[in-house]
Design a protein around this ligand. Structure first.
Ligand code: ACM
Length: 489
């Protein structure tokens, strides 16, 4: 079996670089059956199926046809064939069929690969999409190439697969705030997520170090808040870029600008960029959940993004104008992101500035709050109500479990060292996504978060079984403090 890393390497080789023409030797990563995540059941049978220029897709419904067209397009890019899609079954074909009676959950599928043909069945187009992703992983990894690869035997081992995801929510968080991630790289990221059947991308769009989403009502958020003085990682990149010694570390020129003789580093997504990414993700079965980190991690909101006096700079939520600002920003998200959840952060809020702020103190007295801690809870409850009034559901980091929210809000548990917040959230009836820093922070040094440690982690141990209904799923996080460029990652 090839390892996860070699599959990633193979996929990354083909997705991130373009494969050259000419004979390609059989790469070791193409040996054996290497489906990730491991299907619930996979039986290998005799023989193999060969993709050829005569292969055609058949699709039982218009939605199945859309899935078939997506994969036919990718196969054609890599093979140079002209694989077509129709509603008629073909010999040596790949048949996609919706079967509502199938004994799998909504994202599950069955896959049969025989020498004569391939059949994928599912209850939903999403299930068909995953069945096809499994089939793609049975083919040589070069099938992911954006350009024709010659000299490849496009064969897949014969198998019988029955598979369904264990959790409804399977997410990855991406942080373009500490270091900006251009649209093209976000798309490549989404391609890889789709390959591994991840169905949510949580997009951490604001933090102290940069405001990354265009808000039409407040253009200064991105005109000023998206740009900052480079930190030491950026400076290393800038120096290397100047020396032109290590192109891997070149920060894209459009992410560097000069202001009054000073270098500023940054970038942001326009609302058109956001729409493009959301649509690109949806085509791959991935829902994008936006995060505006409130009320902490907000230094960039006043146009001075960077590494400030505090680890996480809070907004002054004593002022009504700040509350109006938050509502106006969230309102612009509603049109851009169809997701049910809106993530409002809520983590690591440094509350000491509120203790001496006259506006915050006035609010604490007026609302009869116990102090700065309760001020955040008051803000989170208000935001919960605001989102609910607009048909959206609040999602936040696990610090919000203390905030007296209704069970409708969902909690993302990250503080591995505080398991009591996970059980409290489940006991209070919240839906919970587990994202423990000890296991699922992929930005950690590899010797700390080894592959076996990540794989060995059990999200639903015996001690949590009583509340398993509330466990929506799991998410891994990619923070970018130490990831200056997409290529360096
Ligand atoms: C977090 O890592 N502060 C959610």
């Amino acid at each position: 079996m090839k390892t996860f890393l070699s599959l990633c390497a193979g996929a990354a080789f083909c997705i991130l670089a373009s494969c050259s023409e000419g004979p390609t030797k059989q790469m070791p990563y193409n040996q054996g059956i290497n489906v990730i995540p491991t299907p619930v059941s996979l039986v290998q049978n005799e023989g193999s199926f060969k993709l050829s220029k005569n292969t055609a897709f058949s699709a039982s419904t218009p939605e199945a046809k859309t899935v078939a067209e997506y994969f036919a397009a990718q196969m054609n890019l890599a093979t140079g064939y002209q694989i077509t899609v129709s509603d008629k079954a073909a010999s040596n074909g790949i048949a996609l069929a919706i079967d509502e009676a199938l004994d799998v959950n909504d994202e599950g599928y069955t896959l049969d690969v025989t020498p004569q043909g391939v059949t994928v069945k599912a209850k939903t187009p999403q299930g068909l999409f995953y069945g096809m992703q499994t089939f793609m992983q049975l083919l040589p990894a070069e099938i992911q190439s954006p350009a024709v690869v010659n000299g490849i035997a496009w064969t897949a081992s014969c198998v019988t697969v029955k598979d369904e995801p264990r959790f409804e929510y399977r997410g990855i968080m991406l942080d373009p705030c500490r270091h900006f991630i251009p649209v093209e790289n976000v798309k490549k990221h989404l391609d890889v997520l789709a390959l591994f059947k991840i169905n949510r991308m949580h997009w951490h769009l604001t933090d102290d170090q940069g405001w990354r989403i265009e808000i039409k009502r407040y253009p200064l958020l991105t005109r000023r808040g998206a740009w900052r003085t480079p930190n030491k990682h950026d400076s290393v990149c800038l120096r290397r870029a100047a020396d032109e010694r290590d192109p891997k570390f070149l920060l894209p020129a459009k992410n560097i600008r000069r202001e009054q003789g000073e270098i500023r580093y940054g970038g942001y997504y326009t609302q058109d960029d956001i729409r493009e990414i959301v649509a690109y993700a949806a085509q791959r079965g991935i829902e994008v959940i936006p995060e505006i980190d409130l009320p902490g991690h907000s230094l960039a909101a006043d146009g001075r993004g960077g590494w400030g006096k505090h680890f996480s700079t809070p907004l002054c939520i004593g002022r009504d104008s700040t509350i109006a600002f938050c509502k106006n920003v969230l309102t612009e998200l509603f049109d851009l992101f169809p997701s049910q959840y809106v993530h409002i952060g809520g983590d690591e809020v440094e509350r000491t500035p509120w203790e001496t702020c006259p506006d915050c103190q006035r609010r604490i007295r007026a609302e009869k709050l116990e102090g700065a801690g309760e001020l955040q809870a008051w803000f989170t409850r208000k935001t919960e109500q605001f989102l609910a009034a607009h048909g959206k559901t609040l999602l936040g980091w696990d610090e919000i479990t203390e905030d007296g929210l209704t069970p409708q809000s969902a909690v993302m548990w990250w503080r591995s060292w505080m398991p009591s917040t996970l059980t409290a959230a489940l006991q209070n009836g919240h839906r919970v996504i587990e994202s423990p820093s000890e296991f699922l922070y992929l930005n950690g040094e590899l010797d700390r978060n080894t592959l076996s440690k990540v794989y060995g982690w059990e999200p639903l141990p015996e001690s949590l079984r009583a509340w398993q209904e509330g466990l929506l799923g799991i998410q891994a996080n990619m923070w970018t403090e130490d990831v200056p460029t997409a290529d360096a990652a």
